[in-house]
Design a protein around this ligand. Structure first.
Ligand code: SF4
Length: 661
């Protein structure tokens, strides 16, 4: 069964992927670094970025990658040597049988973190005396048998079969991409047609696409509860971050190679599970999927009830009256597009400190409906976030957001600024409307935290614009880290704090929340810098956009920091240059490579990840600790952003295009 048109629209027009859209584009401060020690607002001290910690991080930029930091570290980079697939079927079958035995002894009450799965993978290889190079393969098989029973208990019509493009016969394939994805003509030259036909007969949805963001987007949209996926170990490694740790029952068949062309697999492994259905009385493993769907439903199903329009009864009309235009456009922008990840954080944090009921359900279980008050606070978080994106897109001159034209391109800059302001007002109204459910004190505390987040975000954005107006070489890594902490962390902080505060007093989390969110935000923003060099990112559809516009990114700061005088002169020359984009990008990459910029940035992401995990280690209760680990694993996931199909086609494919939306 293919996705129907309405299902595709539902997935395309709304939430979903657990991956995050960049909160704001990368940016850093000028030499006019904010003086946090003296920062005040109306004579009152405001929350500031802890300079010592950031300075420490900036200093660590100089530290060699193998230094012994006083924190738990995990090595996620350079994993290619760990992704070998055993060459013979005999050995693959042997390891598979052993993995099934091994997985029987595992605690199945909650999903693995990626670290835990790696630990189990290493232990397993030790037990069966197989080399480390099979680690990725072993992790996939252990994950399979961890989830197998629960995957088999999902009815066929609630499953998705995900097939990779590279299975097709590369030279002779007559299929093309259309609005339904890869339109296989079932010519019989490859196995895609065999799997597709049989799976669709059984009731599966079938997608010929790669990458976890699209998969999780479809899961969260509510049509699918489990995945049978065929993919190479490279893609499966990314999927572990997003799909497995979220608690999505999955069964994966690894391709024999990651060559991306005419690949092969053990076909019998697919047939082993494709046609089996074995109901289970109750789900065994907790999952974040129901909570993600709860956040999603705020905007898809309950929007009009939670936020009834005041100026028009019909928000969908093509040309609203002038008095209704701002409301109509603001509501539309709030209701559609984006991943609803921040509202998810709020609801999940609330759930975590009120018993953790929300994650006890399996992924196919009923979606939890939160009180109107809690729901509205979660929606407010999204309203503030989207307001910031509207203004940020104008300031950065961005062309696309959520795979469609940015708001200022649709309505003009003046209207877009106004709609962004309207969304801020809407956010405050949503919070105060929660008073009856969460109490006045909680409302006051949440508003205070949101206002603080707003001020810090504006400070960061202002600093970035100041640098852009007057680029110069006095850009330090500390400047960049300060601005990242100001621009990106407050949104996470407001989302997490609000969820906790709605449940009661939060004295024990007062220090933890900003510290944890700083690591999350800074790490996320650095990853965003790195993704800018890998191809299109979630929204922009244009590779190297940040680099080309010479935004004051951490990468640029690291380059200035490490460059010799000749390289510094060249960097300054590139800043002023009107040469072609390709020429400037090429020169910039050369200097970045020579200065080890990418490696240093990756090391800083690792440090953010490790520090966030150390902070999570100490948190009580257990459901909250679990949520913080989950946030680290998802927000700081190292995604593959290389488009599987060209960006111009991504625009045309409502489902496949969501891979990076
Ligand atoms: S069976 Fe489908 S995907 Fe495979 S080569 Fe033929 S048309 Fe292409």
């Amino acid at each position: 069964m293919s996705f129907t048109a309405s299902e595709r629209d539902e997935v395309a027009g709304s939430s979903g992927s657990l991956g995050l859209s960049p909160v704001l584009s990368a940016g850093t401060a000028s030499a006019a670094t904010i003086d946090r020690a003296t920062a005040t607002h109306d004579g009152q001290p405001v929350a500031t970025e802890p300079a010592d910690e950031l300075e420490h991080e900036a200093e660590e930029v100089h530290v060699e990658a193998d230094d012994e930091a006083p924190i738990r570290r995990r090595e996620r980079r350079s994993t290619s040597h760990l992704k070998a697939v055993p060459e013979t079927l005999v050995l693959r079958e042997l390891i598979k049988a052993e993995a099934e035995r091994f997985a029987k002894g595992l605690d199945k009450s909650k999903p693995f973190t990626k670290d835990e799965l790696e630990t189990q993978g290493r232990k397993f290889l030790d037990e069966i005396h197989q080399p480390e190079k099979f680690l990725g393969f072993a992790m996939v098989l252990i994950g399979n048998f961890f989830w197998k029973q629960q995957f088999l208990s999902i009815p066929f019509e609630r499953r998705m079969l995900l097939l990779p493009h590279c299975l097709k016969h590369a030279e002779g394939c007559p299929a093309d991409y259309d609005e339904y994805g890869l339109d296989c003509e079932k010519c019989g030259a490859c196995s895609i047609a065999d799997y597709k036909v049989r799976a669709e007969q059984l009731g599966y949805k079938v997608l010929v696409a790669e990458g976890s963001p699209i998969v999780l987007k479809i899961i969260v949209s509510g049509h699918i509860d489990g995945i049978l996926g065929v993919s190479c170990l490279n893609v499966l490694e990314k999927a572990i971050d997003k799909v497995l740790v979220a608690g999505v029952p999955s069964y994966a068949i690894p391709l024999h190679s990651g060559d991306c062309k005419n690949t092969s697999l053990d076909e019998s492994w697919v047939w082993d599970v494709l046609e089996k259905y074995e109901p289970l009385p109750t789900p065994q493993t907790s999952s974040y999927v129901p909570l993600m769907r709860s956040a999603n439903d705020l905007f898809d199903k309950h929007f009009a009830e939670l936020l009834p329009p005041l100026r028009t009864k019909n928000l969908g009309i093509a040309k609203p009256a002038p008095l209704a235009l701002t409301e109509a456009a603001g509501y539309e922008w709030l209701a559609h597009g984006g991943k609803r990840f921040r509202p998810f954080i709020t609801l999940a944090a609330y759930d975590a400190v009120t018993g953790g009921k929300g994650i006890e359900f399996g992924p196919g279980e009923e979606v939890i409906r939160f009180s109107n008050g809690a729901s509205r606070v979660a929606m407010a978080i999204e309203a503030f976030h989207k307001a910031s994106l509207v203004h940020d897109d104008i300031q950065d001159g961005d062309l696309y957001r959520y795979g469609r034209e940015t708001l200022h391109r649709q309505h003009g800059i003046g209207q877009a600024i106004n709609i962004g302001d309207y969304l801020i007002g809407l956010g405050y109204r949503l919070v105060t409307a929660a008073k009856a459910d969460i109490g006045s004190d909680a409302v006051a505390d949440i508003l205070d935290r949101m206002a603080n987040a707003h001020l810090r975000l504006c400070d960061g954005q202002g600093a970035e614009m100041a640098w852009l107006a007057e680029p110069h070489q006095h850009l330090t890594p500390l400047d960049a880290l300060q601005i990242y902490a100001l621009k990106t962390s407050p949104a996470f902080e407001a989302a997490l704090y609000s969820g906790l505060r709605m449940a009661g007093p939060v004295a024990q989390y007062e220090e933890l929340v900003p510290q944890f969110c700083r690591q999350l935000g800074v790490g996320f923003q650095i990853l965003n810098d790195l993704h800018d060099w890998n191809g299109d990112d979630h929204n922009k559809m244009v590779a190297g956009q940040d680099a080309l516009s010479m935004r004051p990114t951490l990468l640029l700061a690291l380059a200035f920091n490490a460059a010799n005088s000749t390289q510094k002169d060249e960097l300054n020359e590139i800043l002023r240059s009107t040469d072609s984009a390709a020429s400037r990008l090429g020169r910039l990459r050369k200097i970045y490579d020579a200065c080890g910029v990418f490696e240093k940035a990756e090391a800083l992401v690792e440090k953010s990840r490790a520090r966030a995990e150390v902070l999570a280690d100490s948190v009580e209760p257990e459901p909250l600790r679990q949520l913080l680990y989950f946030l680290v694993d998802t927000v700081l996931a190292d995604e593959d952003h290389t488009p599987a199909i060209p960006p111009q086609q991504l625009f045309q494919l409502p489902i496949v295009s969501l891979q990076h939306a």
